[in-house]
Design a protein around this ligand. Structure first.
Ligand code: GTP
Length: 783
């Protein structure tokens, strides 16, 4: 048994389809072979197949057994327990076996062969009676050799037919060489009902029986078909009956495995044990590391939540007076307030839009702060506050302070105290996490009852509203496109961050930093800000603040904190539409609509009433803006929130605005300054020319009135010192009759009285030479 086991194992490594030529001496060998393959798991996969030949002479009892199970018995059912196989496995094994045998085919009912078999069996019974009359067991045990019986019948039939043929043509059947010609190359109609053939050498090709597993019987192989020669001329063997083989995998197994018997057709299987164990180890380590990192992060997060590190002690902030130049001054006035030099103008534009001063009046030069100690820009003064409390109380909505060496913005929250519950601390943690170039960073919170302030990064140039309200602040396409891009980018960031939405987007919350970049502020803290709203008194300002709010939020009475984040995101899209309208129309959030904010809000709240469109700003106000902007605005303020485009769609739609926008807003600013510079250069050159001319005139006048030396001294600002002369002549003279002469002359004529050319010419002599044009005959005398 162990021999056959190792043989089977070896064979199975070298072959897939086994053709076993003769088991005749021992049918149990087939059984062993099959079941060993089964035990190795080879037969169940459908990869192996066995075909074998069993000689009828040696195995007729098994092959002729009518009882299905007996066939199995002969195949080794006695020893079945020796094999470690289940019923199902046995069935599967039989599906992979095909047996051929040389015995006669099974007799068809009512055929001659069936009758012969019946007579043989009856004769057999007679033969054993007496002594075994009535005892059928003996008869059953003795199996007739049907192959021999068939051969006997066929042989007689064959000889008779050959003799008949020979005699019918008068051939001499006693001459063996003659008779032989009638014996070869002919067919035999076998008693078993099939046709067999004798070839040219006198050999009977005969037929072969095929035994195969039958699905509807128990463990057995049964005669399923007959393999015979197709014709007397043709030596091809064909299956004469229909038979299908129930291949386990649906088709015949290949003669070699996919990877070849030695795996030569596939890359050699690496010894994965080491790799697998390393991988598992690494995976385990990474898993543990991730879990540890996660737990540690969670622990730090919880600690952070509990640490209240965001609370800033009021005393660590130095309050500053401030004014926002953008909201108060035009560029022109900015120019005139500073010295008119070009450096002064550009400097003012570049860094002085925000003016901060200490309480005691001395200017603080920090970041973009002012240069003057006076108050040329109309500082928003603090009340003459003496105590810290008074100073903090006097800060209105927005204040400025110095904290840890940087200037920060202080945003008043209209609550007298704050309950630092977990939900609020979570909201604050989200704010602390948000960091993007288009949103204002959160620094901390001052809670000093009754004052509550958010401390944020400061945006030097105020809000978008400040800039839009300043009529003389030029805004061209580059500015608008850049600002649009920044606002959309800020919103996209917020929607994808932990904060999730903005909730109160408006132009006052779009702040402009020192690099002219728009950064969104006042987002997050929805819970805290909702409390503030109910606490705050309703007023005109509050209605004005709602001009950017989406209709569904206006109708929502329970406050922003209760809204689903998706609802607020859609409301942000509406607010964006109003901000864009404001940016491109520059007439405020509702354009030139004369209605009071309160009226506008109530009309928006009403929504779409039958037959009417939703109440919105007049789109004609922005008709000069690019079509994509107009389309975006109209789509984004649609009444139905779900019909509004997503931010990503808006971003994509507005992308052409930035195409070709090579210059940044800073470049634009510089070009604007250059334009101003050119103009001022021209103005100054003209003024200089004028000044030069005037200067020449006054010099000439001075020289006429005073001696040159004296005039020059006076021009350079030095004193005219007294001089000493040793000999001087003081000459006083008068022209007699000058008064009469003047009375008779026109003013122009009297001005043409010649002047004595030089003091060195003898006066009396020269006087005779003088001629007055209007009195040519008059002789001038001098006294
Ligand atoms: N320069 C400058 N001005 C600011 C800053 N923050 C706020 N402001 C000014 O203060 C004004 C009001 O700001 P907020 O109180 O945040 O605006 P709001 O409309 O009341 O905002 P919410 O109440 O938060 O909706 C803005 O329009 C700006 O003029 C800042 O960081 N820098």
């Amino acid at each position: 048994m162990s021999d056959i086991s190792s043989k089977v194992e070896k064979d199975a490594q070298k072959a897939r389809v086994f053709i076993i030529c003769d088991w005749s001496p021992n049918a149990n060998l087939l059984r062993n072979y099959l079941f060993k393959l089964g035990e190795l798991g080879k037969m169940q996969t459908g990869e192996y197949f066995i075909m074998g030949f069993l000689s009828y002479a040696n195995n007729f009892k098994w092959l002729e057994a009518t009882d299905e199970d007996k066939r199995l018995l002969y195949l080794g059912a006695n020893d079945l327990n020796d094999y470690n196989l289940t019923d199902t496995q046995l069935h599967t094994i039989y599906k992979n076996v095909l047996i051929f045998s040389d015995g006669p085919p099974a007799a068809a009912p009512n055929s001659t062969w069936a009758k012969v078999q019946e007579q043989v069996l009856a004769g057999k019974e007679k033969q054993f009676c007496p002594p075994f009359c009535g005892n059928r067991t003996i008869g059953k045990l003795i199996k007739p050799r049907w192959d021999r019986i068939k051969l006997l019948f066929d042989g007689i039939q064959y000889l008779a037919e050959a003799t008949n043929d020979a005699l019918s043509v008068g051939a001499n059947i006693y001459e063996s060489s003659v008779f032989y010609e009638y014996l070869i190359s002919r067919s035999i109609s076998s008693i078993s009902g099939v046709t067999e053939y004798v070839d040219g050498f006198g050999a009977v090709a005969g037929s072969m029986q095929v035994y195969y597993h039958s699905a509807h019987t128990s463990y057995s192989l049964r005669q399923s078909a007959r393999l015979g020669q197709s014709s007397i001329l043709d030596t091809i063997w064909v299956l004469s009956d229909e038979m299908s083989i129930d291949f386990i995998n649906g088709s015949a197994p290949g003669d070699t495995p996919v990877c070849g018997f030695y795996g030569e057709k596939c890359p050699p299987p690496a010894d994965n044990t080491f790799v697998i164990s390393i991988s598992v180890g690494v995976a385990l380590f990474i898993g543990l590391a991730i879990a540890a990192a996660f737990l540690y992060k969670r622990y730090r997060y919880e600690r952070k939540l509990h640490s209240l590190s965001f609370i800033i002690d009021r005393n660590r902030i130095m309050l500053k007076k401030h004014t926002n130049l953008m909201s108060q001054l035009s560029l022109r006035s900015l120019v005139s307030l500073h010295d008119s030099s070009l450096i002064g103008v550009s400097q003012a534009l570049r860094d002085s839009h925000f003016f901060i001063e200490d309480h005691n009046g001395s200017s603080s030069v920090k970041g973009s702060t002012a240069r003057a100690s006076s108050n040329p820009f109309g500082l928003i003064p603090f009340a003459a506050a003496s105590s810290e409390d008074e100073k903090w109380n006097s800060v209105t909505d927005f204040g400025v302070g110095l904290y840890e060496g940087r200037t920060v913005a202080l945003k008043r929250i209209y609550l007298s105290d704050v309950d630092l519950r977990r939900s609020l601390r979570l909201e604050i943690a989200k704010l602390q996490e948000s960091s993007n170039s288009n949103v204002i960073g959160f620094v901390g919170m001052v809670i000093s009852s009754p004052n509550v302030f958010l401390v944020n990064e400061l945006a030097q140039r105020g809000s978008l509203k400040d800039i839009l309200d300043n009529d003389e602040m030029p805004l061209d396409d580059v500015f608008r496109s850049q600002m649009t891009k920044d606002i959309v980018a800020g919103l996209v960031y917020l929607h994808s961050s932990a904060v999730g939405c903005h909730g109160r987007l408006k132009s006052t919350n779009c702040l402009i930093d020192g690099r002219w970049m728009v950064r969104l502020s006042s987002f997050g803290l929805r819970e805290l800000r909702s409390e503030e709203n109910t606490w705050q008194e309703e007023g005109v300002q509050e209605s004005r603040d709602l001009l950017w709010t989406a209709p569904e939020l206006l109708r929502w009475s329970t406050g922003l904190a209760q809204c689903d984040i998706l609802v607020v995101q859609k409301a942000d899209v509406y607010s964006l539409a109003i901000v864009l309208y404001e940016l491109f129309g520059r007439l405020g959030p509702w354009g030139d609509d004369p209605s009071e904010p309160r009226e506008i809000i109530s009309l928006v709240k009403r929504g779409i009433s039958t037959g009417k469109k939703a109440f919105r700003p007049d789109i004609a106000v922005i008709r000069d803006s690019p079509q994509i902007v107009q389309d975006t605005v109209v789509a984004a303020w649609t009444e139905e929130p779900l019909d509004r485009p997503s931010l990503f769609q808006i971003k994509r739609k507005l992308r052409p605005l930035s195409v070709g926008l090579k210059r940044t807003i800073m470049d634009n600013m510089v070009s604007m300054i250059e334009k101003y510079t050119d103009k001022l250069e021209k103005d100054i050159a003209e003024r200089n020319e004028e000044l030069e001319r005037e200067k020449e005139k006054s010099d000439a006048l001075l020289k006429m009135m005073l001696p040159e030396v004296v005039a020059e001294s006076l021009k350079v600002g030095s004193n005219v010192s007294a001089e000493t002369f040793e000999s001087v002549t003081v000459f006083f003279s008068d022209c007699p009759g000058f008064v009469e002469m003047s009375a008779k002359s026109k003013p122009i004529e009297s001005s043409r009285v010649p002047v004595v050319p030089s003091s060195r010419v003898p006066v009396l002599a020269s006087s005779r030479l003088l001629v007055i044009p209007s009195f040519p005959l008059l002789v001038i005398t001098v006294r």
